[in-house]
Design a protein around this ligand. Structure first.
Ligand SMILES: *[C@@H]1O[C@H](CO)[C@@H](O)[C@H](O)[C@H]1NC(C)=O
Ligand SMILES: *[C@@H]1O[C@H](CO)[C@@H](O)[C@H](O)[C@H]1NC(C)=O
Length: 493
């Protein structure tokens, strides 16, 4: 008998559970909100319910209060009871009033989301708030009081994107001493705003119609690591733009056409540079990066590089950007856009192709002479410098042999003349990157085409007669690496 009752009860169990569940569901329907525990935080979710005030009977111990996408035009009257709340999402409402005074006593309230409301200004408050993240994006804010954020000592992230800001007062963040991330994208700035923040690390100013940019723009932000200025209308990066901390500079999708040796000269910690989608044509010189020893990532895609003139920069900058470890990960972005006879070729290929222009009408003899002339030219410079240096360093060079292959896809007229052995000196300090730091680098590179031109007409003997001292001693047959050696030695003297 007992067994029968138990089994009957068991049989009924699913139905009971089912009715209990539907009862619970009924309850939730009644107060329109979901209550649940997630990550051991009590959540109340009243989002998307068209509410104009909070329903009665909600658990006021809630730690996460989700009230997004309702019709609150003021902070709901019931809200005051939720003093344990840590995260409050009021995005997508119609709020425009100042923050209620009772927020100041809510020490736990650290994330407040007021995105997509009706604020047109953000005013001073006499209260101190504990927010760590404050989201004010997608409002219509065109004015921020100078002291609006001074009583937010813990504020770490401030979202102000998609507002109507034209300017920011210089001292506005001065006392927000924890502020590290500031998002000002999609506003109406026309210049990079000057303001002071000792703590700021990450500044977003994307898509703001910014056209200009002062070299001292970043001066007030001594901790700044990253600035995003993408999708603006900047035409020039000011010479000597200065920041001792900046590591990442995103200027993609602007209208920049030129870099100079001064552009990045005051950014000693620059590591990541994004210049995608700008108006560059002339291939950069490696000397533009002479002050940026930590540069490790460069984005260049979407520029219409002109390989006209076939300057030696094509080769040197190509190598600078692609040599292990590569700074440009997508080699296909280093291609010529013009002139038409080298379109789609890499900078390196285009450079090499100049030596058999007109589809090989130039005889391989001439090409050989040109390459040889170039090599001799380099030797001369190198030799003179070495001679001068030998006064300081009497230790003779210890030759080790290293083979370097010029790895172009184009056909090499005389592989022998390109595969070269170089005696490397152990006491010669620089790595490639170090060599690039030297300010004299550019001038010695620039002198290269001169050698090349001359070498067309000059004979070997001629070249030798110009040398100083004895060329017959262990003389290196040079390749591109020797170009670097030359540059380095010039500097050492
Ligand atoms: C605020 O809410 C919006 C819209 O719901 C959301 O996209 C955004 O990520 C939220 N902000 C924060 C800081 O959580
Ligand atoms: C391409 O054309 C230019 C003139 O526009 C010429 O100087 C150059 O030698 C040509 N290069 C090749 C590889 O045909």
């Amino acid at each position: 008998m007992e067994l029968f009752i138990v089994s009957l009860w068991l049989w009924q169990l699913p139905a009971m559970v089912l009715s209990a569940t539907s009862l619970e569901f009924q309850d939730q329907r009644d107060d329109s909100c979901l209550t649940y525990v997630h990550d051991s935080l009590l959540h109340i979710d009243c989002s998307d319910r068209g509410l104009t005030d909070l329903p009665e009977g909600l658990d006021t111990n809630a730690q996460v209060l989700l009230l997004a996408n309702n019709n609150f035009a003021t902070f709901p009257s019931q809200l005051e009871k939720f003093s344990k709340v840590e995260v409050m999402d009021l995005s997508g409402n119609l709020l425009s009033s100042s923050l209620p005074a009772y927020f100041q006593d809510w020490n736990q309230l650290t994330i407040l989301n007021l995105s997509h409301n009706n604020y047109d200004s953000w005013l001073n408050s006499v209260y101190t708030f504990n927010f760590i993240k404050l989201d004010l994006s997608k409002n219509k804010i065109n004015h921020i009081d100078e002291e609006a954020f001074i009583r937010m000592p813990r504020l770490y992230l401030l979202e102000l994107s998609e507002n109507r800001l034209y300017d920011i007062l210089p001292r506005i963040f001065q006392q927000a001493t924890s502020l590290e991330v500031l998002i000002l994208s999609r506003n109406y700035f026309s210049v990079v705003p000057h303001f002071e923040s000792a703590s700021l690390k990450n500044l977003h100013l994307s898509n703001c119609q910014i056209t200009s940019f002062d070299k001292n723009s970043l001066k007030g932000m001594p901790s700044l690591l990253e600035i995003d200025l993408s999708i603006n209308q900047i035409e020039t990066i000011p010479d000597h733009l200065a920041s001792n901390s900046l590591q990442e500079l995103d200027l993609s999708y602007n209208e920049i056409e030129k870099l100079t040796d001064s552009t990045f000269s005051m950014l000693p910690h620059l590591a990541v540079l994004n210049l995608r989608g700008n108006g560059f044509r002339e291939v950069w010189s490696t000397s533009h990066f002479a002050s940026n020893p930590f540069l490790r990532e460069v984005h260049v895609k979407g520029n219409r590089w002109s390989c006209d003139g076939f300057s030696v920069n094509l080769l040197l900058t190509y190598e600078f950007l692609t040599k292990e470890p590569p700074k440009v990960f997508d080699k296909a972005s280093l291609i010529c856009y013009s002139p038409s006879n080298v379109t789609q070729m890499s900078w390196q290929q285009a450079y090499i192709r100049t030596w058999h222009a007109d589809g090989g009408s130039m005889s391989s003899y001439t090409i050989g002479a040109v390459v040889f002339g170039m090599v001799i030219g380099i030797i001369l410079t190198s030799f003179v410098c070495r001679l001068l240096m030998s006064k300081n360093k009497p230790v003779p060079p210890r030759p080790t042999s290293e083979t370097i292959v010029l790895n172009g896809d184009a056909i090499q007229p005389r592989p022998d003349s390109v595969v070269l052995r170089v005696p490397l000196r152990e006491d010669l300090p620089p790595t490639y990157d170090e060599a690039l730091l030297l300010s004299t680098l550019n001038s010695s590179f620039r002198s290269l085409p001169d050698f090349i031109d001359e070498s067309d007409n000059r004979e070997r003997g001629n070249r030798r007669s110009r040398s100083i001292g004895d060329l017959t001693e262990t003389r290196p047959r040079l390749d591109r690496r020797s170009v670097r050696q030359t540059a380095v030695e010039v500097r050492l003297n």
